[in-house]
Design a protein around this ligand. Structure first.
Ligand SMILES: Cc1cc2nc3c(=O)[nH]c(=O)nc-3n(C[C@H](O)[C@H](O)[C@H](O)COP(=O)(O)OP(=O)(O)OC[C@H]3O[C@@H](n4cnc5c(N)ncnc54)[C@H](O)[C@@H]3O)c2cc1C
Length: 386
């Protein structure tokens, strides 16, 4: 679609809508890019975030094992390129009656629509062992790797605690550890019934083969319990390892003034609008009450919420996206990337695992707007569906 076609397609009120986006991760940037690309005259975007850089969290695992640091992108720079305002501050509370957000600095921002994309808060699932939580607390895992390289470790267990909806990082951590030291014994313990079972039987079988080839033993255990830094219980048995590394659990952001569930996740209804907020407040990404916290899903949620925001601005969308939470992921294996895709509604029919890219701009996170924007793709191409 050309720029001219875009403008013809866009119909809007005379005053631009003030859209405040809280956050600076996948969900926030996907939203900012979509809104400013599709409706530059109809929507004025302010993006507020306590950080000034965006980095793909999915690339952090390779970084942990010594790869070059994940590429970072300046949030003020992205905003400037989009014609959006960047506010270096974090949202503290929402005043729904006056349609304002209160920032940590005390500043107040008015909004016509507010899009909450503040992510979730990781915390350790167990008192013992090491929690993989990069970059906030990289030290523990980095020490494990130092011990591994110094030859102090002969066995490692990687644990997915019950309640983690995105287990893939544990697979990559385990495969990378086994590849680093050929004599290391590595076990992956997870509540999943089979390897990455959420992607359906075909993909799960392929992932199982990848684990076997990579010398990672797979243990399915609904409720693994890490009891000490070197021992865990799985299936009524004890499993010991020189180091036990677990993924963190996540808690919702619990934003004052916005309805949330008992775990602090912002409630969502149709179009990812927050119930009881007059269709003015939307929540997307890891911080909203959604069954799977995953970057690709966060991006899909962003397009649904933004389509609704564009409707408020009088902008006709060529196609109204419904939320079809297709799971897309890239498992980094010692032999290269394995692309996975499935529709959680019918995983057996849609299960795919292949070494060829399954979507355009095939970064680790399937984000049609952000992925291509950062890859430097032009606007017209961005508009073609992936
Ligand atoms: C190790 C690891 C590997 C992963 N691998 C994959 C993968 O391969 N594929 C995939 O799809 N997903 C992957 N994920 C999950 C994916 O990274 C997340 O689902 C995704 O980052 C969620 O995006 P988000 O924008 O909702 O939240 P986040 O990425 O957490 O971003 C939240 C943003 O909000 C900002 N913020 C926080 N509080 C406030 C506030 N009060 N006011 C304003 N801003 C605030 C933060 O600074 C941050 O910029 C992985 C996650 C991890 C940890």
């Amino acid at each position: 679609m050309t720029d001219r076609e875009l403008r013809l397609w866009t119909h809007h009120d005379s005053r631009p809508r003030k859209v405040v986006i809280a956050g600076g991760g996948v969900a926030a940037l996907e939203s900012a890019i979509m809104l400013r690309t599709l409706a530059p005259e109809a929507v004025a975007v302010t993006l507020a975030c306590p950080e000034t850089t965006f980095r793909w969290r999915a690339e952090r695992i390779a970084e942990s094992y010594g790869a070059d640091p994940a590429s970072s992108h300046s949030l003020p720079g992205i905003c400037a390129g989009l014609g959006a305002e960047f506010v270096h501050d974090s949202l503290s509370a929402v005043r729904r009656e006056t349609r304002e957000v209160v920032m940590r600095s005390g500043a107040e921002l008015e909004y016509d629509e507010l899009l909450l994309a503040v992510g979730a808060h990781p915390y350790p699932a167990f008192e013992s062992g090491v929690t993989y939580h990069r970059p906030a607390d990289a030290g523990g895992f980095d020490e494990v790797l130092d011990d591994l390289d110094d030859g102090f470790i002969e066995s490692m267990a990687f644990v997915v605690p019950p309640g983690v909806s995105w287990p893939l990082p544990a697979y990559e951590l385990a495969l990378a550890a086994a590849a680093r030291r050929p004599e290391l014994s590595v076990t992956l313990v997870t509540p999943e019934p089979g390897p990455l079972a959420m992607f359906g039987a075909r993909a799960s079988e392929t992932v199982g083969q990848v684990l076997a080839t990579g010398r990672v033993a797979f243990v399915s255990e609904p409720a693994p319990q890490v009891e000490s830094g070197v021992a865990l219980r799985a299936g009524g048995k004890w499993l010991t390892a020189d180091r036990v590394v677990s993924l963190p659990l996540l808690a919702g952001p619990r934003i004052p003034g916005v309805p949330c569930d008992e775990n602090g996740y912002t409630l969502i209804g149709e179009h990812h609008a927050v119930p009881g907020c007059d269709d003015r407040i939307f929540a997307v990404g890891d911080g909203c009450a959604t069954p799977i916290a995953q970057g690709g899903i966060a991006a899909q949620q962003a397009t649904v919420a933004c389509t609704r925001i564009l409707e408020h601005a009088g902008v006709q969308s060529p196609a109204t996206p419904t939320l079809e939470p297709v799971l897309r992921a890239v498992l980094t294996t010692p032999d290269g990337p394995l692309y996975l895709r499935s529709d959680p509604e019918s995983p057996e029919l849609t299960s795919e695992a292949t070494t060829s890219p399954l979507w355009a701009a095939p970064g680790k996170v399937a984000s049609p707007w952000l992925g291509r924007y950062l890859a430097g793709t032009g606007r017209a191409e961005i508009l073609q569906p992936t």
